[in-house]
Design a protein around this ligand. Structure first.
Ligand code: FES
Ligand code: FES
Length: 160
């Protein structure tokens, strides 16, 4: 038995029919909607590469079924900014060399975005704790932490 999944992703409404009940949200985003910015690494909730925002909370899209997202507002990395107009966090990742191969980067950005929206992130320890579910095999994390710290500062400056 298949189902219809209605979701809003990055502000665009999608009504998709005949979705297999076992289809993962990560596969739905990548294969059905063509939003391949969301990466899939471990496919069992360990690496964080597949992180997206569902109704404003960061979740692992490999641990959620597409049908469970029915009715949800989803933000993927494509919804943060564009190559021409990076958002604050993306710009700081570039500025601080917060990526190397880039495989973990969509998940790092979406987790970072969630952290920035919800917490003051006063210390590096808080940032590191918030990122503890996202694995990076390249950077050693230091530059990622620096990028998120800088983005937190920029956002604080922007608040009147
Ligand atoms: S692919 Fe989802 S946590 Fe690794
Ligand atoms: S930049 Fe390569 S895994 Fe993080």
């Amino acid at each position: 038995m298949s189902a219809t999944v209605s979701v809003t992703v990055n502000g665009t409404k999608y009504d998709v029919q005949d979705v297999e009940p076992r289809m993962l949200l990560s596969d739905f985003l990548r294969d059905t909607l063509g939003l391949t910015g969301t990466h899939v690494g471990c496919e069992h909730g360990v690496c964080g590469a597949c992180t997206v925002l569902v109704n404003g909370d960061s979740i692992r899209s490999c641990l959620m079924l597409a049908v469970q997202a029915n009715g949800a507002e989803i933000t993927t990395v494509e919804g943060l900014g564009t190559p021409e107009t990076l958002n604050v966090l993306q710009a700081q990742f570039r500025e601080h060399h917060g990526l190397q191969c880039g495989f973990c980067t969509p998940g790092m950005l979406m987790t970072g975005e969630d952290l920035l929206r919800k917490y003051p992130l006063a210390t590096d320890d808080e940032i590191r704790e918030g990122l503890s579910g996202n694995l990076c095999r390249c950077t050693g994390y230091q530059n990622i932490v620096a990028a998120i710290r800088a983005a937190a500062g920029k956002r604080a400056e922007a608040v009147p």
